[in-house]
Design a protein around this ligand. Structure first.
Ligand code: DGL
Length: 276
């Protein structure tokens, strides 16, 4: 399909930023965006009814991602952040074809792969959902910039359900982490990418496993900086010092989402049920 030329001149800086994920994972990105861009209004969609995306077919992930993107555009968003590696790996092209000529689309894999490929010169491991690992997008994306980096990807599907269940600092999670990270595929890595936006919620436990042996990449920070750079380039950064608003839509309201979103965004936020 012929790519339409992007035109963002109709957008204005005071419109909100749309962010989505299958569940609580994207909150790690949203929190970093809030920290780096405190004047921005945010609209978050968590597709809790359909998680885990990592176990779904490509067709299903494309369907969910495009519906959510349309919804965020209807909410007048000036940019879309796909705060989900699985949606990026399986539906980035479809989301871009749908809206990238009207609003910037920021994903969570390409900026991380690009930064890593310039800064790191050793063996990189990626842990992610099955649907992300099967796409091979991390390896492709890193090696597009630096073909000398060795990239080993491992699917770690039990982590998302454990996180969505709220099993942080829990023996179950510790044994899942130990089992996955001791896999021989990751034996020689010196850098680890958390290739799922849920995983930063367990970053302390993951770092504890490695001690200082392995550098763990802070993906939400890289993504938030990429968003800032793109908004700035198109004169869409909200410079107005005001009380920013944070809106949350969920396809199923869960206790764990409520707990984490309130921890990151304050007790006064409301969660709205929205089934697409
Ligand atoms: N947080 C997501 C990701 O970055 C999706 C996890 C899932 O729903 O399986 O891949």
């Amino acid at each position: 399909m012929k790519k339409k030329k992007a035109d963002y001149t109709h957008l204005s800086a005071n419109q909100p930023i749309g962010i989505f994920d299958s569940g609580v994972g994207g909150l790690t990105v949203a929190k970093e965006i809030k920290r780096l861009l405190p004047n921005e209004d945010l609209i978050y969609f968590g597709d809790t009814k359909h998680l885990p995306y990592g176990e779904k077919s490509r067709e299903a992930i494309v369907g969910y991602s495009t519906k959510i993107t349309n919804f965020l555009i209807e909410q007048n968003c000036k940019a879309i952040v796909i705060a989900c590696n699985t949606a990026t790996a399986n539906a980035l092209q479809e989301v871009q074809e749908l809206v990238a000529d009207r609003v910037p689309v920021i994903d969570v894999i390409n900026p991380v792969a690009e930064k890593v490929s310039y800064e790191i010169h050793n063996n990189v491991g990626v842990i992610a959902t099955k649907a992300t690992v099967n796409s091979g997008l991390y390896k492709k994306s890193i090696r597009k910039h630096n073909k000398f980096i060795k990239v080993d990807e491992l699917a770690t599907p039990l982590l998302v359900p454990a996180i969505e269940e709220g099993f942080k600092n829990h023996p179950i999670t510790h044994s899942i982490i130990y089992n996955y990270l001791s896999n021989s595929k990751l034996k020689n890595i010196e850098t680890l990418i958390l290739g799922c936006t849920h995983y930063p919620l367990l970053i302390d436990e993951i770092k504890q496993y490695y001690g200082n042996r392995v550098r763990v990449i802070d993906s939400p920070n890289i993504v938030a900086n990429q968003l800032k750079m793109i908004l700035d380039k198109h004169h869409l950064l909200n410079e107005e010092n005001h009380q920013s608003t944070y809106q949350f839509f969920l396809s199923d309201i869960t206790k764990n989402f409520e707990k984490i979103s309130k921890k990151f965004f304050g007790k006064s936020i409301d969660l709205e049920l929205k089934v697409l």
